[in-house]
Design a binder for this molecule. Structure first.
Ligand SMILES: C[S@@+](CC[C@H](N)C(=O)[O-])C[C@H]1O[C@@H](n2cnc3c(N)ncnc32)[C@H](O)[C@@H]1O
Length: 301
């Protein structure tokens, strides 16, 4: 079955998402335009699924060698919709510090969320961001994030263990391939975010979270608050690296914010903020994994 493509992967850990890696690898071939028969069943390529199995098997047979190589790559995604939750956190930091923001994202993937202020938000009845943005993020909202206050981003940078270049053909293909082929709305949002990425600079270095954060925080912030943030990243860090990362935050000098959107349970993430020098932790919101809904919890005032 599957022409031996999965041979050798019998003991891959569940967390390595073998099924998604296989589907992503086949999707990549479809999006590249190399499997026209199968593309007729893929909504992401303008098709409609009607008994795709024979064409799927045929594609696996023809591209077996390429698929075996692609299976070595981990799943790599960058979900812009998470900005619907992160936005309130950035605004809360601006409101509390009254300083411009120097953004430092760890596990940034392609860095799409470093451009959060270029996107339009429709959160419940609230609106935020440029009305003519290519990216429109819609979420249900309860509570009141501080959407009225001013905010200014003066620097953006990120790191990732395996960064994706959103301005290269390969990078764009990688991000699209790991979105399920029938999630057309998500693919459209990704495509719009990639357009924004072509205009707004936000370099993502190949580096590991802890070391990169310590190095960046040793640099002067020039009157800005350094905002270290991440979404759905910490589970990928070994315990020792996570500890090293948190030590880098504790040891930093100058105004510092740590904003994180990480799993609370299988259904929802929690958005938490720690601001130094005080260092108290605040639970700001509960947010769906893809930014919907946003349940804002922190008092506005
Ligand atoms: C699930 S993705 C989330 C990407 C992005 N934060 C988002 O919300 O769309 C997790 C990311 O963490 C990165 N990553 C994993 N371990 C890392 C490490 N030790 N240091 C930096 N990045 C890491 C992965 O390469 C991947 O891009």
């Amino acid at each position: 079955m599957l022409y031996g493509v999965l041979s050798g992967h019998e003991d891959d850990p569940g967390a390595s998402a073998l099924a998604l890696r296989l589907m992503g690898a086949v999707h990549r071939i479809v999006l590249r335009g190399d499997a026209p028969e199968l593309a007729r069943h893929y909504p992401s390529a303008g098709g409609r699924p009607r008994n795709p199995w024979p064409a799927f098997l045929d594609t696996v047979r023809v591209y077996a060698d390429a698929l075996r190589r692609l299976l070595d790559d981990p799943v790599q995604t960058n979900e812009t919709a998470r900005c619907a939750g992160l936005l309130g956190g950035f605004l809360e930091i601006a409101r509390r510090t009254r300083l411009p923001l120097r953004l430092l994202e760890v596990g940034a993937s392609a860095g799409l969320n470093l451009r959060f202020d270029s996107y339009r938000y429709e959160l419940g009845d609230e609106r935020w961001g440029p009305a003519d943005s290519d990216v429109v993020l819609r979420s249900r909202l309860t509570g009141r994030p501080p959407l009225d206050g001013p905010i200014r981003v003066v620097a953006r940078a990120g790191c990732d263990a395996r960064p994706v270049d959103p301005r290269s053909e390969e990078g764009r293909l990688t991000l699209a391939a790991y979105v399920w082929a029938d999630q057309v709305e998500r693919l459209e949002r990704l495509s719009a975010a990639l357009t924004v990425a072509g205009r707004v600079d936000a370099p993502v270095e190949r580096a590991r979270a802890a070391e990169w954060t310590a190095d960046r925080l040793a640099e002067p912030a020039d009157g800005a608050v350094s905002v270290v943030f991440h979404s759905i990243v910490m589970q990928y860090l070994p315990v020792a690296e996570r500890e090293h990362f948190e030590t880098a935050l504790q040891d930093a000098r100058g105004p510092l914010a740590w904003l994180r959107m990480e799993p609370q349970d299988e259904r929802v993430t929690s958005l938490r903020l720690t601001l130094w020098p005080a260092g108290d932790e605040l639970l700001l919101a509960r947010v769906g994994y893809h930014g919907d809904p946003v349940e804002w919890l922190a008092p506005t005032g």
